[in-house]
Ligand binder design. Structure first.
Ligand code: WAQ
Ligand code: MG
Ligand code: MG
Ligand code: MG
Length: 247
């Protein structure tokens, strides 16, 4: 298998201050490597966040013996009429997963005020304090993807959800939910036209919430809420290095 990663920015590379446009990562067999790289270049060039002038695609071979196979999280959808209602539902889900009221409030505020984040923020589920010190880069989960049979089965069961965006989000949320020290994840997109987000955790699965921000808003990102006994290096090593294939 090969890990394929893409990141794109406008105004130069991210590390020189460029504005984050798009990113993506997957794990694919050699036979679809070229097609996957091409799809990522197209994704970067046709993005609602802007006109990318820096695009990087990195391809790395991953040895099959270090591959972990996991079943996708179960999926449910909560339809809400407003962002306020959406945030209340998200808060309820996070609370059930073990995130404190204080951390929930801070987390929602963080995502509302973040427009240029490339990875996720690692945040204490107890205090709401950010723990990763990586600024706009955040921590990106990589080396994860669907097995061909796994995706075929999953999309047949969820025909209404078979879009690349949802497929990618399920992969990410499933890998993240199985990370050590992980309590729950909160996500909504930084893409201005996409307002559905989710809360996920191992126990309750992937809970979609139809409005977590207003249309036209460039704010968004991901928060990985973590337990107090966190060993951040081993969490980051799992997120960045362990190869996960959904079955
Ligand atoms: N690792 C960590 N954080 C990431 C990663 C990653 N691999 N990919 C994206 N992020 C963070 C980063 O801060 C992005 O700005 C943010 O998430 C949003 O990414 O209907 O489309 O790809 O079920 O814009 C969820 C709902 C959609 C889908 C999420 O996010 C559904 C989405 P985007
Ligand atoms: Mg920037
Ligand atoms: Mg994405
Ligand atoms: Mg985005």
């Amino acid at each position: 298998m090969y890990s394929v990663r893409m990141r794109a920015a406008e105004g130069g590379p991210h590390e020189q201050g460029g504005f984050h446009i798009s990113g993506g990562e997957t794990l694919v067999p050699k036979s679809v490597l070229e097609e996957t790289a091409r799809t990522y270049v197209q994704k970067a060039l046709q993005h609602s966040r802007g006109d990318a002038d820096f695009i990087q695609v990195i391809i790395e071979k991953v040895s099959a013996e270090h591959l972990i196979r996991i079943a996708p999280l179960s999926v449910s959808t909560i339809a809400v009429q407003s962002v306020e209602e959406g945030h209340l539902k998200a808060a309820k889900c996070l609370q059930n997963a073990g995130v404190s009221e204080k951390a929930i409030k801070k987390g929602i505020q963080m995502l509302q005020s973040t427009t240029d984040l490339r990875g996720a923020m690692i945040v204490s589920a107890l205090t709401g304090e950010r723990l990763d010190y990586r600024g706009e880069r955040g921590v990106r989960a990589t080396r994860m993807g669907w097995s061909k049979e796994g995706y075929a089965r999953w999309s047949a069961m969820h025909p209404e959800l078979s879009s690349p965006r949802v497929a990618e989000a399920i992969v990410l949320a499933t890998k993240v939910a199985h990370a050590p020290f992980l309590v729950a994840e909160l996500c909504w997109s930084d893409d201005p036209e996409y307002v559905t987000g989710y809360v996920s955790c191992r126990e309750k699965g992937y809970v979609r919430i139809t409005h977590l921000k207003e249309k036209g808003d460039f704010a968004g990102g991901r928060i990985f809420f973590v337990a107090e006994d966190l060993e951040i290096e081993s969490l980051i090593a799992y997120l960045e290095q362990t190869s996960v294939l959904l079955t």
